[in-house]
Design a protein around this ligand. Structure first.
Ligand code: ISJ
Length: 455
């Protein structure tokens, strides 16, 4: 079966067929995907040949991960089922690929990078892209994967890398709401929480960055990796950032998720920060907020797992700008290791629900939506007065067997058609005990990630 439908773009969900809008890779072409081992390529981001954010892909943490460029296959979806439809379309596309994989490890063979809108109604929808070239590294092994169009099967020629450009002078302006308006919106949400409508609402705001020169996504990726090495540095379809929060990873039958909720700003003084970290770990407001987030994640993951492990108490994650309460949750995916699964699997080996179907089940978590989810997201939509687009949505990659990693697209910005303009986003969990001024300061601290990247 060809990896792409030949009948042209289709609206999402018509006749129950997922929207599958391929780029023209050659009418009825199938993809030939080849992976071979390579010598250590050094800094992955430094391999990226072009400044174009739509053709530059990254998912890198502490030097390991995947980068890619070019587009061999693109799947676009939209609407409430945007994530599941992409997952189904991906399984179908993979079935039509010819694969030669001499490494056969996690992240080798066909992989697609993806990014999905936070809200079902957003025009940002969802996208999976198989790049023409992917380079990966993990635990001392490195590989290159190429995706070429059959029957020709010519290896893509590597473009001459363009030099990395700096964005020059950067100015910032309010997005949908001024700081003052946003604080008032937070105060109103606190009132609604106190009145008992919901327990927690995650409120985000946007600011607009304008740069003197067109933004080179590689400049941002380099700076993000430099300062936020412990985060996942991502670039997919114009969304770029460094997220500390893992929505879900599925690898060889195990699922893992890192929940963050409860935040305190770093002061720059190590002794002070340690004192604040101890306060954070005892703060009832933050612990309560964290508890909501962990409980909702576990509730959403449980139906897909044969067993789940949840630590008794969170740890404090130290990042350069903020510290978070963090909990790492792990589970054995239903269908793994011969356990009978009620969920469709990507591979005949039968590892149960794919990483992307798990992401669909978990998104949006209480850490980025609120509690209870449906009511909280309705409130935030109204109170924020903006479309979050891909911010706080799942971003990451999926492999041919359904394994993959999906982060929450935080600490990020969106580069649109005008490459001198970025929308940056940051938010924070609002509970009954929240103070609007403190929440504004917390959002500011989170904006710092992209501000540092812009330089
Ligand atoms: C919403 C954001 O962050 C989320 C909210 C947090 C909080 O309220 O403490 C912490 C981490 C994230 O789950 C963001 O970074 O924009």
């Amino acid at each position: 079966m060809p990896p792409s439908s030949s009948s042209g773009p289709r609206p999402a969900g018509r006749d129950g067929v997922p929207a599958l809008r391929p780029v023209p890779v050659g009418a009825e072409a199938e993809l030939l995907v080849r992976t071979r081992e390579i010598a250590d390529p050094g800094d992955l981001a430094a391999l990226l040949p072009s400044a174009d954010p739509t053709q530059t892909f990254s998912w890198v943490r502490r030097g390991d991960g995947l980068v890619g460029w070019g587009t061999a296959l693109r799947i676009d979806t939209s609407g409430p089922d945007r994530i599941r439809e992409a997952d189904t379309a991906w399984a179908r596309a993979v079935a039509g690929m010819a694969v030669e994989d001499e490494v056969a490890a996690t992240g080798t063979g066909p992989v697609a990078f993806g990014s999905f809108a936070f809200a079902p109604s957003s025009s940002a929808g969802g996208t999976l892209v198989v790049p023409r070239v992917v380079v990966g590294r993990r635990e001392g092994r490195a590989w290159m994967t190429t995706a070429t169009t059959l029957p020709d099967g010519q290896e893509p020629r590597l473009p001459e890398p363009e030099p990395v450009r700096t964005p020059g002078r950067v100015t910032y302006a309010d997005g949908a709401l001024t700081a003052q308006e946003w604080s008032s919106a937070v105060a109103e949400v606190v009132r609604r929480i106190t009145a008992g409508e919901v327990s927690k609402v995650v409120m985000a705001r946007d600011v607009v960055a304008r740069t003197e020169r067109e933004v080179d996504v590689r400049h941002l990726l380099g700076r993000l990796a430099e300062s936020y090495d412990w985060c996942w540095t991502f670039s997919v379809d114009g969304l770029v950032g460094a997220t500390p929060e893992l929505l879900v990873r599925r690898e060889k039958g195990l699922a893992a998720s890192r929940v963050l909720a409860g935040t305190i700003r770093r002061t720059g003084d190590d002794a002070d920060d340690l004192r604040h970290a101890a306060q954070l770990a005892r703060s009832s407001k933050d612990l309560e907020e964290h508890e909501f987030a962990v409980a909702s994640l576990v509730r959403a993951l449980r139906p897909y797992c044969a067993s789940i492990n949840v630590p008794d108490a969170p740890f404090v994650l130290h990042l350069p700008n903020v510290m978070h309460l963090a909990t790492d949750i792990t589970g054995v995916v239903d269908g793994a290791f011969g356990h009978p699964s009620t969920f469709p699997a990507h591979s005949p080996g039968g590892l149960g629900p794919s990483s992307l179907s798990l992401a669909a089940a978990l998104h949006p978590t209480a850490a980025v939506g609120g509690t209870p989810t449906a009511e909280a997201t309705a409130i935030l939509r109204e109170a924020e007065a903006m479309d979050r687009r891909r911010y706080a949505g799942p971003v990451g990659w999926i492999g041919h067997d359904g394994d993959g990693e999906w982060g929450i697209g935080l600490r990020s910005g969106e580069i649109g058609a005008d490459r001198r303009r970025l929308r940056l986003f940051a938010g924070c969990g609002v509970v009954a005990a929240s103070d609007p001024g403190a929440e504004l300061a917390e959002a500011e601290a989170k904006f710092e990630v992209m501000r540092t990247a812009l330089g």
